[in-house]
Design a protein around this ligand. Sequence first.
Ligand code: G3P
Length: 479
Amino acid sequence: DGDVYKYYADGDWKMSSSGKTVSVTNPTTGKPIYKVTACTQDEINKVFQSAKAAQKLWAKTPLYKRAEMLHKVSVIMKEHKSPLADCLVKEVAKPAKDAVTEVVRSGDLIDYTAEEGIRIMSEGKFLVSDPFPGNERNKLCLSSKVPLGVILAIPPFNYPINLSVSKIGPALITGNSVVIKPPTQGAVSTIHMMHCFHLAGFPKGLISCVTIKVSELGDFLTTHPAVNCISFTGGCDTGIAISKKANMIPLQMELGGKDTMLVLDDADVESAAVNIMKGGFAFSGQRCTAVKVVLAMESIADALVSKVNAKVAKLSVGPPENDCDIVPVVSESSANFIEGLVMDAKQKGAKLCQEWKREGNLIWPLLIDHVKPDMRIAWEEPFGPVIPVLRIKTAEEGINHCNSSRYGLQGCVFTKDVNKAMLVSDAMETGTVQINAAPARGPDHFPFQGIRDSGIGSQGVTNSINMMTKIKTTVINLP
Ligand code: G3P
């Protein structure tokens, strides 16, 4: 553990000549646990040079062979599920069982991507010219999908493996090369995952993994002229900053969310409560798709709050190694931010249903009732095990609250009336609306997108495959 982890370039593990390192902290102990090397500009330039060269050859590698390689890496990753999951537990405090699930899900995602990619990339279009006025039938147009080039993949800390492969898989099957910049918390999980790609034997330079000091080289990386597409998942402000500086290249971004749960007066209240628990408290609320605000109709609000409170009392709180329900949040600054939101709500008169309790980065689960729109937590994303409840008089009031948010990732509505559910779904301005279930990204082939500050473009296996290609046409001009 005292060793410094290397970066991966040209099919090899290398120590940066910078002599600098980036430290990874164990969220549970608050102590440094790993160190990764911090690459220099020259090293990054070389990585991109290799990525460009390798991509040209990879794009010519038959599609079925590209798919075979991806299936191979999926098998290897599943074989490595224990050590990979162990990294996730240590680096991001993911509960042990969830960590294994993330790895297995990632292998499945790669397999599905290989198969879907074969189907999508094998199809093209054929057009003739004479339907358009003024043309004879002397032009034949063939169009197909071709890769973009070099994809820069930047995954977040909360799913360092799954949200890496959701970018790498679509990039590789479509004939692109990939440079990945891991999150600091999650860097070693990503590095270990990269080792699985190494073992699968992908061509040298096709996939690289660069670890950097983001404050020094973040902009250098994201504005590098060799980058043909950025796929980023992470914080809103970072995403917006990247998009403002991007060099007119396609961007795929999944940023924050303030995923709304709207509970109407005819809802199955028990089911809504169960969904608040798993949708709001899983991984201590550190999911873009976590339930981040509950808007409950006054008629059912008391019943809902008391059901959730009874369930919160049963949650286990502790270290991820023990597979506790509630685990430490990723960093001290994150815990401080969450505490700030809670104290703001408390001062402004909200009711804390449980006692506020924090030890280091470990925050006890908390439901905050009677939250009002003047409180920060009504609008801001805690990314922690803290859920605000606003009581509303009408569904419209709830929809207005949801649509006034800077975020628009997912929302959900609980009602037994399918017609009402459809009307709410139409009115809710979010990338996805779930009916009678908490927000969730998966299954991983479903479209996944945020509007407003929640993101650009759509993800999910199929959409990512399409997004990482461009259309190329060839026109045959007959005499
Ligand atoms: O926060 C990342 C987002 O992609 C959540 O995914 O699978 O937990 O809904 P999931």
